[in-house]
Write a protein that binds this ligand. Sequence first.
Ligand SMILES: Nc1nc2c(ncn2[C@@H]2O[C@H](COP(=O)(O)OP(=O)(O)OP(=O)(O)O)[C@@H](O)[C@H]2O)c(=O)[nH]1
Ligand SMILES: [Mg+2]
Length: 200
Amino acid sequence: MVIRKVDLEIVCGVTSSMPETKLPEVAFAGKSNVGKSSLINGLMNRKAYAKVSQKPGKTQTINYYNINDEVYIVDLPGYGFANVSPAVKASWGKMIERYLRLSPQLRMIFLLVDIRHEPSANDVQMYNWIVDNGFYPAIIATKLDKLSRSQAKASIARIRKKLQLGEETPVVAYSALTKAGRDDVWSLIEQYVLAAEEES
Ligand SMILES: Nc1nc2c(ncn2[C@@H]2O[C@H](COP(=O)(O)OP(=O)(O)OP(=O)(O)O)[C@@H](O)[C@H]2O)c(=O)[nH]1
Ligand SMILES: [Mg+2]
């Protein structure tokens, strides 16, 4: 994918109504701090257009990045972030759920998990939701640079086992530092979202 233009076009908060969009949408879900915004910067070839933080809970709105007028990349708040009040946590959960349920243009949801950790109960729930709702599942294991090659291989096997992934389900190992895996993520978007658009 040649990135010609990126534009943060829509920001949707807890109280906003859902926007009506015209382009296909690709969303990135995962627990707080897993690296969703960092990955999105990598996909867009930008250093810090999507705000990143060491503290979990950085992204608090649903952010739609228009890429080349071809597709929206959608950055979601993280789930499972313990350090906010239960009321805030519930409202973010509702916001994510509402987005996933009520976005007619949503074509693909990538689930991000930290390559170092076994997927949590929330991750399993998210994965099952993706499959149960008829989306093509694709996993991104983030922070690849934190592990050696052999550790990464073992971790990916553990992630596959915990999520009970079929052989055909891709797990892309990604590093925001080296950008390893970036082209594979774009290939999946091209294959499962953009190619389908051209046909229709
Ligand atoms: N070493 C390393 N650090 C990463 C990588 N991806 C993200 N990080 C770091 O992890 C922290 C969280 O990254 P974010 O991209 O803000 O994570 P997020 O999933 O968007 O978090 P929320 O918006 O809170 O849900 C930041 O300190 C990033 O620099 C990676 O591939 N390698
Ligand atoms: Mg974020």
